[in-house]
Design a protein around this ligand. Structure first.
Ligand code: CP3
Length: 347
């Protein structure tokens, strides 16, 4: 029965005539109904930790657009908070965290197995969503990949070049690798618990993978993803896993095989034609329309959407953006994208 869900069919390797579609950050500030619910919650973190309201915002884009997947409403930075870091969001600027740059600060964090109590409202949201979603909609859970989460924990905020994390990697490799290991182990616990609560697919977001080159990419992007995926497959062999090593470029090639991921999500810095030839030949891919089209719309949106559907039509493909939709997007452009994908392949 659940195998009838289009997303699960594609993740099992099926090529569908029309790709299923969902969108990164589909529950977000571009939607007036999201802004209203966030105002009811008070602030973003209160929304994440309120199972009733987090369920509501997860369902909003499903009601509006009929997407084939719903992604749990939460954030990759809730895990550092569960490990004992302070976390807050500055309106208009983004996240702030207490920093981890010394052996003592690392040692003061909680052990990987102790994150569940703090994260229990998130598991409650997953359980509620598993009951409330339409039968055809796949529920996706997620976590940040260790490198990306570490970049925020080390710098205490988002950074354009992940400089502080690269600096710690050089200056104190033991602390850097100890932090990565703690995030890796706790992410296994966190994603396992999401699966046990009802997540049917999980996705690992490595938003800053592109700043790791060569050997550093192998050690800090690929190896932690492989460790997490291997552990999850041992516990939950039926649950498909999507890996998103954003801006990995050439390193998208072979990433799924090397890590055990069932699908690789592609950002829009690689062309769909290149990705079909070099990445999709090995298995399912997701992506990769530039999210700027959700702001600009028009014929260019239609043409580019069709070109991506076309380029990936020879293999398993889940349509998505190359990165999250931005707050200045027009909800009508999302409708146009969904209609264009569902109108079927052109030419
Ligand atoms: O995709 C979804 O709809 C599910 C929910 C989700 C959020 N964040 C909600 C959110 C997911 C999967 C994330 C992942 C996430 N969070 C990533 C990885 C993906 C990516 O975008 O690269 C990262 C790096 C974060 C950390 C984070 N959270 C930042 C840097 C920010 C501030 C930037 C911004 O967009 O404001 C957030 C806030 C955040 N997470 C918002 C949402 C809807 C906006 C908060 C608000 O409502 O004010």
């Amino acid at each position: 029965m659940s195998k009838q869900k289009t997303i699960l069919r594609v993740l099992a390797g099926e090529t569908l005539p029309v790709p299923p579609i969902w969108m990164m950050r589909q529950a977000g500030r571009y939607l007036p109904e999201y802004r209203a619910t966030r105002a009811r919650a008070g602030d973003f973190l209160s929304l994440c930790y309120n199972p009733e309201l987090a369920t509501e915002v997860t369902l909003q884009p499903i009601r509006r657009y009929g997407f084939d997947a719903a992604i749990l409403f939460a954030d990759i930075l809730l895990l550092p908070q569960a490990l004992g870091a302070d976390l807050w969001f500055v309106t208009g600027e983004g996240p702030r965290l207490s920093t981890i740059t010394t052996p003592d600060e690392l040692a003061a964090l909680k052990p990987a197995g102790d994150v569940h109590e703090h994260l229990s409202p998130i598991y409650e949201t997953v359980r509620t969503l598993a009951r409330e979603l339409p039968d055809e909609t796949t529920l996706i859970g997620f976590a940040g990949a260790p490198w990306t989460v570490a970049t925020y924990m080390i710098a205490g905020r988002g950074t354009p070049d992940q400089g502080p994390a690269h600096a710690l990697m050089q200056a104190d490799k033991a602390t850097f690798e100890g932090l990565l290991d703690l995030i890796t182990k706790s992410t296994i616990e966190y994603l396992s618990a999401q699966i046990e609560a009802g997540a049917e697919v999980v996705k690992l977001f490595d938003s800053w993978a592109g700043s790791l080159k060569g050997d550093a990419f192998d050690r800090y992007a690929l190896a932690p993803a492989r460790e997490i995926i291997t552990a999850l497959k041992a516990r939950h062999p039926e649950t498909p896993i999507i890996a998103f090593p954003r801006e990995a470029g050439d390193r998208y090639i072979g990433f799924a095989q090397a890590t055990g991921a069932d699908c690789v999500a592609l950002d829009n810095s690689v062309s769909a034609k290149w990705a079909a030839e070099n990445v999709q030949i090995d298995g399912p891919v997701q992506g990769n329309l530039a999210s700027s089209h959700m702001v600009t719309g028009g014929q260019k949106l239609i043409d580019e959407t069709r070109a991506i559907v076309d380029a990936f039509s020879g293999g398993p493909h889940i349509f998505n953006l190359g990165h999250g939709i931005t707050p200045d997007a027009d909800p009508e452009n999302v409708t146009l994208m969904v209609e264009t994908v569902r109108a079927g392949r052109q030419g």
